[in-house]
Write a protein that binds this ligand. Structure first.
Ligand code: GCW
Length: 690
C-alpha cells in the first residue's frame, strides 16, 4: 500500500488523498479547462480551481491548463486577450449557469459529458466548489466520465458542523484527541485549519461553530478584542471554502464581560449592550454567520432566570444581529436536570415540547430553533422529537451527533447515517403532504432559508481526525446526506470507501458490510428496545444498567421483577400525545407501537409476547447474544483486509475491534444477568447468564 503523501504533515487527508487512480479515459478531459462567467480571482473560485489541479495531478498525473474566458475583464491569466471561441477547444468547460438554467439552484451544479467534452456548470461560486469536489470524487471512484449527466442542488440551506471544543484544548465528548481549533486558551490557525475547511466543504458543509455550546471561562471572551484577530483569520480561511463562521455564545456575557447586573432580555441596558457587542463582532470578524446559544440548559444561564421566555431571549439576540444579516440558532435542549427519581410524573422526554411549543410563531425571522433528533439525548434508539413538525410557525433545524457519545466513543463501530435517514424520513403529519422531518428542515415548510441540519462533530487532532478511521464514515456521510438527503446510507459508503481506502471491490464490500450492520449490532448488545442509557454515568461508555436509575438526570428504565420500560402513554406521562395523529395513537398503544421503541413508550411485562413470537425477556437475551456474535463477525471481516488497506489503519482498527468485543461482552453479560436476576426467568436456550 502506498502511504498517504500528506502524512508528513502529521495528519491524514482522509478522502482527499488524491493518490493515483485508474484513468478509464478520464485524463483526456483535463488537457485544457476554460472558465466562463466566473471571476478566477474570487476566493472560492480560486479554491475550486486549485483543488481541481491538485486532485487531477494526484489521481490522473495530469497538469490542467486553466484559462479564463473574458474574465475578469476580457483578459486571460497572463494578460493576453482571450476570445470566447477559445471555449470550443477546451476539453473541460467551467461556466456559470445563467438564471436558474436547467434547474440549477443556489449552491447547485450540473456536470455533463458530451462528445469528449466535460461541462461543469454552477449557480454560484460555492456551487462550483461543490461541483469540482463531485468531479474529483468520480475520478477517485474510478468511474469513467463518459456520458456523465448530473444535476445536484443542496436539499438543506444550512449544513453545519457544531464543535464542542473548549479553549483549553479539551473537547467535550471528544474521542479523537484534542482540539485543533484551540489550545491553552489560544485560537489556533494553521495549515490544519485549511485542511479542515477543505475536507468539510468537499462534502458540502457550509457553516461551522468552532466552540462548545457550554461557553465558560475564556470562551466567553471569544467575542472580545482578546480573540477577534485570530477568529477573523480563521473565518477568512473558512470563507475561502464557502463556510460561514459561527460562535457559541454565553447568554450571560453581558454580565461577565459587560459588568451588567442582569441578563434580562427585556432590560434596555441589556439590549443596548448586545447591540453594541454584535456591531463590534460583525465588524471585526468577516464572514461571521451568527451565533449558537445553549441557554437555560444543564446549568447554563438563560432568560428563565428573569421570568422571561425562550423567545424573549432568542429574539433579543436576533434583533441585535439582524442589521448584519446574522442568525441566532437557539437550542431546545431545555429540561429539568435536577429531577427526583422517585417522581414518575415529570418526564424529561416531554420537556423540549413543553418548553417551546407555546411560543410557536413568536420567534423572529432570523431565529432558528435547533432540535435534537430525539426527545432525550442522542441515544442509539429514540423516537423522533415531537417538536420537529410540532412547531409549525417557527424555523427549525435538526441536530444530530456524530461524536459517538452514547454510541461507542469511536472505539465501537457505529455508522450513524442509517439512523439519520430514519429521522429524515419520519412523517410528522404536520400537514397533509411534504410532512417529513426532511421537508421541515429543508425550509420548504416555512418557505425560507433559515433551516437545515447540524451535527455535533467527531473530530480532534488525532492523525486520522476521528479516532477510528471507520468513524470518518460519519464525518463524510453526514455532509453528503445534509447536501443530498435522498442518498442512501449504502450509496454514501460506495463513494467514501474508494476515496479513503481503495477502489478494490473486496475492500469496498467488506467495509460496507461492517458499517451497514454496525448500528443494529451496537443496539443489540446495549440497551434494549428504545429504553436507552444503562451507560457508565458521566463517561457514557460501557455498561452500567442502573448507572442513571437513581440519579437526577431524568433517565430511568424503571425495571422491576415483573417488567421494564417507561409508561409514556396517556396512562403514564402522556408524552405519546405530543405527536400529531396518527403517530400519537400509534405510540400510545402497546399493540401498535413500533417494537424497536416499545420500552421507550411502555412499561412491559417480561412475558409479553412480541411480534416475533418471543417473550420480551427472551428477546433481551437473544439480541444480546446476537449483538456480540455480530461484532465478532465484523472483527473477523476486518482481519481479512490485512495488506489491502494501509498497515497503520489496519492495526489501529483491529485494536479498536478488540476493545469493542470486550465492551460488547460486558454489555451482554451485565444486561442479561441483570434481567435474569430481576425476573427469575431463565434463558430458553440455556446459555451462560450470571
Ligand atoms: O447530555 C449532554 C452531553 C453534554 C452536552 C449536552 C448538550 C455540550 O452529555 O456533554 O453538553 O448534552 O447537548 O448540550
Amino acid at each position: 500500500m502506498k502511504s498517504d503523501p500528506k502524512e508528513q504533515k502529521g495528519w491524514s487527508q482522509l478522502w482527499l488523498k488524491y493518490d493515483r487512480k485508474r484513468d478509464n479515459g478520464n485524463g483526456n478531459y483535463f488537457e485544457r479547462a476554460a472558465v466562463q462567467g466566473f471571476d478566477c480571482e474570487d476566493r472560492v473560485v480560486r479554491s475550486a480551481l486549485k483543488e481541481l489541479s491538485h486532485g487531477v495531478r494526484g489521481m490522473l498525473g495530469r497538469t490542467v491548463e486553466i484559462i479564463a474566458l473574458k474574465e475578469p475583464d476580457g483578459f486571460g491569466k497572463s494578460g493576453e486577450r482571450v476570445e470566447p471561441s477559445a471555449s470550443s477547444d477546451a476539453s473541460l468547460l467551467i461556466k456559470k449557469a445563467e438564471g436558474t438554467e436547467r434547474g440549477i439552484r443556489p449552491e447547485g451544479y450540473a456536470i455533463r459529458e458530451e462528445k469528449g467534452r466535460l461541462t461543469l456548470e454552477a449557480a454560484d461560486e460555492k456551487g462550483l466548489l461543490y461541483a469540482v469536489f463531485h468531479l474529483l470524487r468520480l475520478i477517485a471512484m474510478e468511474r469513467g466520465l463518459a456520458g456523465t449527466d448530473i444535476l445536484c442542488c443542496p436539499d438543506n440551506p444550512l449544513r453545519m458542523y457544531d464543535h464542542w471544543d473548549n479553549m483549553d484544548g479539551s473537547i467535550e465528548r471528544g474521542y479523537s484527541g484534542r482540539s485543533f481549533f484551540f489550545e491553552s486558551d489560544q485560537v489556533i490557525v494553521d495549515e490544519r485549519t485549511r485542511d479542515y475547511a477543505r475536507l468539510v466543504s468537499s462534502v458540502g458543509i457550509n457553516a461551522v461553530v468552532i466552540n462548545n455550546v457550554n461557553v465558560k471561562q475564556a470562551a466567553t471572551w471569544l467575542i472580545t478584542d482578546r480573540y477577534f484577530e485570530k477568529a477573523a483569520q480563521m473565518a477568512e480561511i473558512f470563507a475561502d471554502y464557502g463556510i460561514r463562521f459561527f460562535l457559541s455564545l454565553n447568554y450571560a456575557a453581558c454580565m461577565e464581560l459587560g459588568g451588567l447586573s442582569s441578563a434580562d432580555p427585556l432590560d434596555p441596558e441589556v439590549i443596548a449592550w448586545w447591540q453594541g457587542k454584535m456591531k463590534e463582532c460583525f465588524e471585526k470578524i468577516p464572514n461571521l454567520g451568527g451565533f449558537l446559544v445553549k441557554a437555560d440548559s444543564e446549568g447554563r444561564p438563560g432568560p428563565f432566570t428573569y421570568g422571561r421566555t425562550q423567545a424573549d431571549g432568542a429574539n433579543m439576540l436576533a434583533d441585535a444581529v439582524r442589521p448584519y444579516g446574522g442568525i441566532i440558532i437557539w437550542r431546545c435542549f431545555v429540561y429539568n436536570c435536577t429531577q427526583d427519581w422517585r417522581d414518575r410524573k415529570t418526564d424529561r422526554a416531554r420537556a423540549g415540547y413543553d418548553n417551546f411549543i407555546g411560543m410557536d410563531g413568536d420567534y423572529h425571522e432570523n431565529v432558528i430553533l435547533q432540535i435534537k433528533n430525539g426527545p432525550m439525548d442522542f441515544q442509539i434508539r429514540e423516537p423522533v422529537s415531537p417538536l420537529l413538525g410540532g412547531l409549525s410557525k417557527t424555523n427549525q433545524m435538526l441536530e444530530v451527533q456524530i461524536a459517538q457519545e452514547y454510541t461507542g466513543h469511536q472505539i465501537d463501530v457505529c455508522y450513524l447515517i442509517p439512523m439519520f435517514k430514519e429521522v429524515l424520513d419520519f412523517h410528522t403529519y404536520c400537514r397533509p403532504e411534504a410532512d417529513t422531518v426532511a421537508d421541515v428542515i429543508s425550509g420548504r415548510v416555512m418557505g425560507n432559508q433559515n433551516a437545515g441540519i447540524a451535527a455535533v462533530c467527531n473530530t480532534g487532532n488525532d492523525e486520522n481526525w476521528t479516532g477510528s478511521d471507520l468513524a470518518a464514515a460519519n464525518l463524510y456521510g453526514f455532509g453528503r446526506l445534509a447536501f443530498q438527503t435522498s442518498l442512501s446510507a449504502e450509496e454514501i459508503l460506495e463513494e467514501w470507501i474508494p476515496q479513503q481506502f481503495s477502489a478494490d471491490r473486496e475492500v469496498i464490500d467488506t467495509i460496507k458490510k461492517i458499517l451497514l450492520t454496525s448500528r443494529e449490532t451496537y443496539e443489540k448488545y446495549t440497551s434494549p428496545l428504545g429504553i436507552g442509557w444503562m451507560v457508565t454515568p458521566h463517561e457514557h461508555y460501557g455498561c452500567s444498567v442502573d448507572g442513571y436509575e437513581y440519579s437526577r438526570w431524568g433517565t430511568y428504565h424503571r425495571a422491576d421483577h415483573l417488567g421494564i420500560g417507561v409508561d409514556r402513554s396517556d396512562q403514564g406521562t402522556g408524552y405519546a400525545l405530543q405527536y400529531h395523529e396518527p403517530n400519537a395513537s400509534m405510540y400510545n398503544s402497546m399493540e401498535t407501537c413500533p417494537e424497536e421503541l416499545l420500552l421507550f413508550f411502555h412499561h412491559v411485562p417480561y412475558n409479553y409476547i412480541l411480534r416475533t413470537g418471543k417473550t420480551l425477556i427472551q428477546h433481551i437475551y437473544d439480541s444480546h447474544f446476537e449483538g456480540v456474535e455480530e461484532a465478532e463477525a465484523s472483527a473477523a471481516a476486518w482481519d481479512t483486509l490485512e495488506g489491502k488497506v494501509e498497515e497503520k489503519t489496519f492495526r489501529l482498527v483491529q485494536e479498536r475491534f478488540q476493545r469493542q468485543l470486550y465492551n460488547a461482552r460486558e454489555w451482554r453479560d451485565q444486561v442479561n444477568s441483570y434481567f435474569y436476576r430481576k425476573s427469575g426467568i431463565p434463558d430458553e436456550k440455556g446459555r451462560d447468564i450470571y
